[in-house]
Design a protein around this ligand. Structure first.
Ligand code: PHE
Ligand code: NA
Length: 469
């Protein structure tokens, strides 16, 4: 019975066709939308970045998500073994599985810093619960955040707590507890963003915020272009195999096209809503939109401190940020856990524990990059030339910035490029068509062109632009 049915994976199958959408949305909607997107828009100058980001989502991100999902469902194993077996079936080289290996490691790198930032949200859940921000000044909110990031032990504590959450969920398997809580948490997150949006509309600076978010200055485009593409990958969770892993648990009857469009739409909506909610508050507080990673952790506590019941909303908001981060972090662990379970035949719990400890250790680098190792910089260019590493207060990238850069700008796009090339050029056209259930659809040539040409060429052009600018 088991072998006759293609709805089988050793790790499990989602209980219904909707669970893939739920899990993939849980993976996609995370710190990338609520924390990273607004501050990147700030740093890269507003609408130009947003425009390139949206183009990258439609022309590159969604085709890759489609490719990953269908590869996963066809292969029914961890991303590495899925590519291996599909390559064997299609007469392709087994070397393709290296792309999944790189992606898998990239996902673990992301988890290492994601956990630290999610830990900030945990700190703020407690702080809001203690009503620490009532009537606070913007400057004091800034200092509160600086005090947190300046304290390596406190950061490590929260980083540890978050990593345990993530590992515990993955160790128990993705189905039961997770699916049920996500059904409640995801709509709640959305609702809270809308409440926040309502608050910012009454802040008196809503228009200023909108103008900042959507007004574009073409001169800023070249600067933000690779950043925008990198973020499109990050926000959709593509290029690392997370979506492929979730796709491998997808029942046959689920429509991949609809699922991918739904996930992409919700992800973009959440990011834009977060931006629309945040920037008016930034302006109302007299803060700078280019504040960087601290943006959400400074402006929001300040804003919540100014309104009635603000501390309560703040508490719920950071709770949901924590949940959004948690539903994403598990998807970063899944490809590696699934792979090692298949390879070593050890228990899921053991494999998860070992990988999580490894990620935790790497995360300590991010913890210290905000304090004791703030001057330890990589990729430093100065008058004396280029150095891989230097001690300096200016220039180069901290450990956190380096890992973020390496994953978002290089590993994710490269992984995504390989996945989409594999689906477009190695897999049989009929297999792709059947997997998408588009045998009779006249849209198929459009979709196939996106997968075969548009997405790969797009990634390559952006890489070359970066190289020669
Ligand atoms: N998409 C997640 C976010 O926006 C981050 C993520 C990246 C999740 C890669 C899984 C894999 O926060
Ligand atoms: Na996202």
């Amino acid at each position: 019975v088991l072998m006759a049915n293609n709805d089988v994976s050793v790790h499990g199958i989602w209980a219904s066709r909707w669970i893939f959408i739920l899990a993939a949305t849980g993976s996609a909607v995370g710190l990338g939308n609520i924390w990273k997107f607004p501050y990147m828009v700030g740093v890269y100058g507003g609408g130009a970045f947003v425009l390139v980001y949206l183009l990258c989502i439609v022309l590159i991100g969604l085709p890759i998500m489609l490719a990953e999902t269908l590869l996963g469902r066809r292969g029914r194993q961890s991303p590495v073994n899925t590519l291996k077996s599909l390559a064997a079936q299609s007469g392709g080289s087994s070397k393709w599985s290296w792309a999944a290996m790189v992606g898998m490691v990239g996902a673990l790198f992301i988890l290492s810093f994601y956990s630290v930032v999610a830990g900030w949200a945990f700190e703020y859940i407690v702080a809001m619960g203690n009503a620490e921000f009532g009537g606070i000044s913007a400057g004091a909110a800034e200092q509160r955040f600086a005090a947190l990031t300046g304290d390596p032990l406190r950061l490590t504590l929260w980083h540890t707590v978050f990593m345990i959450f993530t590992a515990w969920t993955i160790a128990r398997g993705v189905n039961a507890g997770l699916e049920r809580s996500l059904r409640v948490m995801m709509p709640l997150l959305f609702l809270l963003l809308l409440v926040l949006l309502g608050f910012s509309m009454t802040s008196g600076h809503f228009k200023e915020g909108l103008v900042f978010l959507f007004h574009f200055d073409l001169s800023k485009v070249p600067d933000g272009i690779l950043a925008a593409m990198g973020h499109a990958f990050f926000t959709l969770s593509v290029g690392v195999g997370s979506i492929m892993a979730f796709g491998s648990y997808m029942p046959k009857k689920t429509s991949i096209g609809k699922a991918v469009l739904t996930v992409g739409l919700i992800d973009a909506l959440v990011a834009l809503t977060a931006g629309m909610a945040l920037f008016p508050i930034v302006f109302a507080a007299g803060l700078e939109p280019s504040a960087g990673p601290g943006l959400m952790f400074i402006t929001l506590p300040y804003a919540f401190g100014q309104v009635g019941m603000g501390q309560l909303f703040g508490f719920i908001f950071f709770l949901l940020v924590g949940v959004a981060a948690w539903s994403s972090s598990i998807s970063m662990l899944e490809p590696a856990v699934a792979y090692l379970v298949e390879r070593t035949k050890r228990s899921r719990a053991l494999v998860t524990t070992i990988i999580a400890i490894g990620c935790w250790v790497v995360g300590l680098g991010t913890v210290m990059s905000f304090n004791i190792l703030a001057d330890a910089r990589f990729f430093v260019a100065d008058e004396a030339g280029w150095h891989f590493f230097a001690w300096t207060e200016t220039g180069g990238k901290t450990f956190f910035d380096s890992i973020d850069y390496l994953t978002s700008r290089i590993m994710l796009p490269l992984g995504g490029l390989c996945f989409v090339l594999f689906a477009g050029w190695v897999l049989d056209r009929d297999v792709v068509r059947a997997e998408l259930a588009m045998e009779k659809s006249r849209l198929f040539p459009v979709v196939y062109t996106l997968v075969r040409y548009v997405a790969p060429v797009g990634v390559m052009i952006i890489f070359l632009t970066e190289l020669f600018k």
